[in-house]
Design a protein around this ligand. Structure first.
Ligand code: SER
Length: 341
C-alpha cells in the first residue's frame, strides 16, 4: 500500500518526467497579493505568471502546495473530507500545453498501474456544458464512455479577482454502499459515493475588479488534486482522517483523552478537529504566522482555541497541543523543512 508521502513523491516525479520543474510549496503568507489572507490553492502563488505580469522560471511547474481554507471550518470533523489545512498537488502550464495534455496526463497518472492504478471503470468526469473540446478529449482521446462525462454548469473555477476559467473534475466512484441510495444520486451529489479527486482548470480568463472577464493573452493550465483524498482512496479508508497523513495525530490525542476513535460520533468529531487544527497551526506557525487579534493571526488564534476546547470536550486534562504539533512534525519531516526551522 502506498503511503501519503509516496503518493506526493510519485505525483512530483510523474510531472517531472513530463518536463515540469518541481518547486517547493510556497509560504502560506501570500507575497505581494493583498487580495488574499492565506494561500488556499496551488495556483495562488503563481497568479502573476498566469497574467503575464512576471516570467515563470519554467513554462511547466509542478508543486505540492500547503493550503489553508477556513470557509467551511464548522464542517471540519463532521465529514470525511473537510479540512482547514490540506495539501494540493498541482501541475501548471503558463502559455505552454493546454487541455489535451492536461487531460491525458491526469488520466495516465490516475489509472496507469505504474502510477496510481485506480481502475478506469471507477472514474467519472465533469465538464462545463459549453466545453465541447474537453468533452471530445475525454471521449475520443481518453476513451471514456459519454455517460461517464457529465456536463455541469458549476464547472467554472475562480477565486476572487485573477486568472480563472472553465474546469473539468475527476471523480472516483467509491461504490453504491457508500452512496445515499437516492435515485438521483450521481456525480455532484453531496453523499460520499463520488469523490472528487482532481480539478483541471483551463485558465484562459482574468476576472477584473468590476467582475468582468478578460481573455488572457496566453492559455494556461492550473490543476489541483487533493493529496488527502487520493490517499484515502488508495489506502481504502472511509475518511481522509484515517489515512497515514492524519491518523497518527488522532492516536496521539486519544491516548490522552477519556475516549477512543470510533466510540461515538461526537467524540470522533473532537478528535478529528484536534487533528485538523494541529496540522493547520503547525504549518501556519512554520510559515511565520503568530496568534493575534486580526488578519492571519486571528485565524490562527481561533484555530488554537477551537483545538483546546475540543481537547476539554474529550477529557484531556493536560496541555496537549505541543505534543500534537510534534506528531505533525514527525509526519511532515523532510517534506516541509520550514516547520523544523
Ligand atoms: N485552482 C483550482 C482549485 O483550487 C485547481 O487547482 O481547485
Amino acid at each position: 500500500m502506498l503511503t501519503g508521502k509516496q503518493i506526493r513523491e510519485k505525483y512530483l516525479r510523474f510531472f517531472e518526467s513530463k518536463q515540469h520543474l518541481i518547486l517547493p510549496s510556497a509560504s502560506l503568507i501570500p507575497e505581494n497579493d493583498p487580495s488574499l489572507l492565506l494561500i488556499g490553492a496551488g495556483m495562488a502563488p503563481f497568479k502573476a505568471f498566469f497574467t503575464g505580469k512576471m516570467q515563470p522560471p519554467s513554462p511547466r511547474i509542478v508543486t505540492c502546495q500547503k493550503c489553508i481554507r477556513t470557509g467551511d471550518i464548522e464542517n471540519v470533523g463532521r465529514t470525511a473530507r473537510h479540512h482547514t489545512f490540506f495539501e494540493m498537488l498541482g501541475n501548471f502550464s503558463f502559455g505552454d500545453y493546454f487541455k489535451k495534455e492536461a487531460i491525458t496526463w491526469a488520466w495516465e497518472f490516475v489509472t496507469d498501474p505504474q502510477w496510481l492504478g485506480i481502475p478506469a471503470e471507477k472514474m467519472w468526469v465533469t465538464v462545463h456544458p459549453t466545453d465541447d473540446e474537453a468533452f471530445e478529449i475525454w471521449h475520443k482521446v481518453v476513451g471514456l464512455p459519454t455517460e461517464r462525462i457529465v456536463k455541469l454548469e458549476d464547472n467554472f473555477w475562480e477565486i476572487g479577482q485573477g486568472p480563472c476559467g472553465p474546469d473539468s473534475e475527476m471523480f472516483v466512484d467509491l461504490g453504491a454502499e457508500r452512496g445515499c441510495g437516492s435515485p438521483t444520486c450521481g456525480v455532484g451529489c453531496d453523499c460520499d459515493r463520488y469523490l472528487e479527486i482532481w480539478n483541471l482548470v483551463f485558465t484562459q480568463f482574468n476576472k477584473e475588479e468590476d467582475g468582468s472577464y478578460t481573455p488572457l493573452a496566453k492559455k494556461n493550465i492550473d490543476t489541483g488534486a487533493g493529496l488527502e483524498r487520493i490517499t484515502s482512496v488508495l489506502q481504502n479508508k472511509r475518511s481522509n482522517f484515517e489515512t497515514d497523513l492524519i491518523f497518527p495525530i488522532i492516536e496521539y490525542a486519544q491516548n490522552l483523552a477519556t475516549v477512543k476513535y470510533g466510540d461515538a460520533e461526537k467524540s470522533d468529531v473532537s478528535l478529528k478537529v484536534i487533528a485538523d487544527h494541529a496540522r493547520s497551526m503547525t504549518v501556519m506557525i512554520g510559515d511565520g504566522v503568530l496568534p493575534s487579534n486580526e488578519g492571519r493571526g486571528y485565524v490562527l488564534r481561533r484555530i488554537l482555541r477551537r483545538a483546546v476546547r475540543h481537547g476539554k470536550l474529550i477529557g484531556i486534562k493536560e496541555l496537549f497541543l505541543g505534543g500534537a504539533v510534534q506528531t505533525v512534525f514527525n509526519i511532515f519531516q523532510d517534506v516541509y523543512p520550514e516547520i523544523e526551522e
